[in-house]
Write a protein that binds this ligand. Structure first.
Ligand SMILES: Cc1cc2nc3c(=O)[nH]c(=O)nc-3n(C[C@H](O)[C@H](O)[C@H](O)COP(=O)(O)OP(=O)(O)OC[C@H]3O[C@@H](n4cnc5c(N)ncnc54)[C@H](O)[C@@H]3O)c2cc1C
Length: 248
């Protein structure tokens, strides 16, 4: 089985992201990056599929040389090889998905795994777009994958429960938290990742269809208000919650 897992390089959740002076992009200065957390579930799923059915696992990322860090982590977790689609142009979900789909057309993978979303731009569009471009079935927010007699049973997380669906390989799966427990890279994995190949390709430029006009932070929170102490403060507190905050 050939399994490709698409991984993104995103700002570390501890990083205080600042808007750049152009007001339209993120200021990269001082930002630490990491492997997108949802993509770790996708990597673990790829490794488990390989352990069960044999074959090859490939990590694929679109971005600048900095994405190699994330690809190395994927290799350290156990992925066999990596591909960097090296690009620094302005891209939206459509142009990111177009470049990924173009590479995947040359791979003929049985299973293409994604995280359910990138925790930087939160678009949740790339997996579905790639599936559409390739004409493949697509299952999102997946918390269980069970290949069975030529079919694949997936469980999806929906409001208040799980939905069970049946489809076939080749397919696109977007992983949700809970799909598995991603393994930590072992020392051996970290050492061997250094010698595993990262192939580089230059994707075709694709103009974005959506342009970012502005980015801004939410307004600072108003300071808290002390309405009094003890039981005597309750009527006023209830009034404010009802009339001002409108939460009761
Ligand atoms: C080269 C480049 C230039 C960009 N330029 C701009 C810009 O100028 N302005 C701006 O606002 N945004 C820019 N972006 C961000 C871009 O718009 C978003 O990354 C894109 O819309 C994808 O949306 P998302 O990150 O929210 O992905 P989602 O759809 O939420 O991601 C879902 C899954 O898709 C996969 N995935 C997503 N991105 C990648 C990737 N790059 N490589 C491999 N797998 C991936 C991962 O598995 C991820 O878990 C750029 C991104 C790239 C790669």
């Amino acid at each position: 089985m050939k399994i490709v897992v698409c991984v993104n390089h995103v700002p570390d959740t501890e990083t205080r992201v600042k808007v750049a002076s152009d007001g339209r992009t993120i200021d990269p200065a001082g930002v630490n990056y990491m492997l997108n957390p949802y993509d770790e579930f996708a990597i673990e799923a790829a490794l488990q599929l390989k352990e069960k059915f044999g074959g090859e696992t490939i990590a694929l990322s679109l971005g600048t040389d900095t994405h190699k860090e994330t690809l190395r982590k994927s290799l350290a977790m156990g992925i066999d090889k990596a591909i960097l689609l090296k690009d620094n142009s302005v891209r939206d979900s459509y142009s990111v998905a177009t470049a990924i789909a173009e590479e995947l057309r040359t791979q003929s993978a049985d299973c293409i795994l994604f995280g359910k979303q990138s925790i930087d731009y939160y678009n949740e569009q790339v997996p579905g777009l790639v599936a559409e471009f390739l004409g493949l079935p697509s299952v999102s927010v997946v918390v269980k994958i069970e290949p069975r007699d030529g079919t694949v049973i997936c469980e999806r997380e929906i409001e208040g429960g799980h939905e069970v669906v049946e489809t076939k390989f080749p397919l696109v799966i977007a992983a949700q938290k809970g799909l598995n427990e991603p393994r930590y890279p072992s020392l051996k994995g970290i050492m061997s990742a250094k010698s595993k190949p990262i192939e580089e390709r230059i994707p075709k430029p694709v103009p974005p269809k959506v342009e970012t006009l502005a980015m801004h932070k939410p307004p600072p929170k108003q300071p808290g208000k002390i309405v009094g102490t003890g039981a005597a403060a309750v009527p006023e507190l209830v009034r404010l919650l009802h009339e001002e905050a409108k939460v009761i």
